[in-house]
Design a protein around this ligand. Structure first.
Ligand code: HEM
Length: 430
């Protein structure tokens, strides 16, 4: 196997947080340079204390490669992990062993336990509820006045909706937000207490302990609600999980906890990110806001797809090569790791005209922001689309001049392209 570093980008290291701290334009320019290369590039893995570093990974940055790898799970497997670069040590892995890190047939059977709740038909039934929540969030924003858009708006709708679907009581919402922040914000000092400049065995142990403690707490919440639903089943997703019959067996407590954790984490952080980016994008590109407001119902569908393409909330997923395989002129070997960089594929000039332009009228828009075509395509895509559409409709019809009034405070992460805070301002309605 040859290892190559990108020409003119000698100091580029996708494994280093420094790279992810750079401005978006610079990161996109680096990915454009990677796409222009004939062959994919191999990156070593970050070596940090207490986390077993693997040998490294191939960066898939072209739309065609990301799509092909997604489409062929027999060659590009999600086991043992699709969500982390290193294989998690056993004491962590047991909290995250859900369908996103599984292959078929087990993956399909587990996904089927809840997939009905995410069909457009079932989601249509919850539309009024989502709208009521969005209206209340905007009421409270108007009442409390300008401030941090992430805390006042973007965080709230997705977490309320997924918690309600799972039957998590309102008093636990803040707990869910805090735990998912630690799990997905696991590189950011604000959530881990560890500065990237001071990583040693001691600080790393503390950060890992916080992540395990957050995951364990969500498992505890799942177990508590699960016990209640066994006694008194309802029509929520936790009842579906505890009553599931997969190959003649119930899910184990661990499987229940991991599935529950996946749903609360995937169901809130990603959509929050898309909503925060939406406000920033419609501030930076006022002509796109004008186009949207001119024909909201006609254009909102395309706008949501373009927000997800342009912002790409989930930066990558990982796949593990099961057998030697040639793809677009490069041979991947059994045991290789590949990262599917959705953010790079979504700016691929071979697929998108003017890929760095935010254009809500873009058609077609075959972005891979919800994952590539294949069995792991985002289970919550329809839910996310609905939440974003409804929230933007309520915001823009009642506060047509709402805008980002400063620069975002970005999450330091190579996995989620998130904002921790985004100041917003608006003229209150008369
Ligand atoms: C999977 C993105 C919202 C639940 C995924 C994947 C991506 C993604 C990239 C991985 C696909 C793969 O491995 O091939 C997003 C984005 C969202 C969003 C950008 C919002 C804008 C949601 C919501 C839920 C959700 C609201 C609700 C629970 C899931 C689940 C999976 C998944 C359960 C795993 C599916 C599987 O492995 O079969 N999502 N997601 N997502 N998403 Fe989402």
């Amino acid at each position: 196997m040859t290892t190559e570093s990108p020409p003119g980008l000698e100091d580029l290291d996708l494994s280093e947080l420094d790279f992810w701290a750079r401005p978006l334009d610079e990161r996109m320019a680096a990915f454009a340079a990677l796409r222009a290369r004939e062959h994919p590039v191999f990156f070593p893995e970050l070596s940090v204390p207490l986390v077993p570093a693997g040998k490294g990974y191939w960066a898939l940055v072209r739309h065609a490669d990301v799509s092909e790898a997604s489409r062929h799970p027999d060659v590009f497997s999600s086991e043992p992990s699709a969500t982390t670069i290193p294989d998690l040590p056993a004491y962590m892995g047991r909290y995250f062993g859900s369908l996103i890190n599984m292959d078929d047939p087990r993956h399909a059977k587990i996904r089927r336990v809840v997939s009905r709740a995410f069909t457009p038909k079932m989601l249509a039934k919850t539309e009024d509820d989502v709208r009521r929540r969005a209206v209340r969030i905007v009421d409270e924003l108007i009442e409390s006045g300008p401030g941090d858009f992430v805390a006042k708006v973007a965080v709230r709708l997705p977490v309320e909706v997924i918690c309600d679907m799972l039957g998590i009581p309102e008093r636990d919402y803040a707990r869910v937000i805090a735990r998912t922040n630690v799990i997905l914000g696991n590189s950011d000092e604000e959530y881990t207490g560890v500065s990237p400049d001071r990583i040693d065995r001691f600080t790393m142990a503390r950060a890992l302990f916080r992540i395990v403690r957050a995951a364990r707490d969500l498992h505890r919440l799942a177990a508590r609600l699960g016990r209640e639903r066994v006694k008194n089943p309802t029509d929520d997703l936790t009842s579906a999980l505890v009553n599931a019959n997969v190959d003649g067996e119930r899910l184990t407590t661990r499987e229940l906890g991991s599935f529950f954790l996946l749903l609360v984490v995937a169901g809130n952080e990603t959509t929050r990110t898309a909503l925060s980016h939406a406000l920033k994008l419609f501030t930076d590109f006022p002509e796109q806001r004008r186009l949207l407001l001119e024909d909201f119902h006609g254009r909102i569908g395309g706008a949501v797809e373009e927000i997800v393409r342009y912002a790409t909330p989930v930066i990558f997923m990982r796949r593990n090569v099961t057998r030697d395989h040639e793809m677009n002129g490069h041979t991947y070997h059994a045991g290789d790791k590949v990262l599917l960089f959705y953010n790079a594929a979504n700016r691929d000039e071979a697929v998108f005209t003017d890929p760095d332009t935010f254009d809500i009228t873009r058609t077609p828009n075959p972005h891979v922001g919800f994952g590539g075509p294949g069995p792991h395509f985002c289970l919550g895509a329809n839910l996310a689309r609905r939440e974003i559409s409804i929230m933007l409709e309520e915001l823009f019809t009642r506060l047509p001049d709402i805008h980002a009034s400063g620069e975002p405070d970005r999450l330091l992460s190579g996995f989620i392209n998130g904002y921790k805070r985004l100041p917003c301002a608006f003229t209150p309605p008369a």
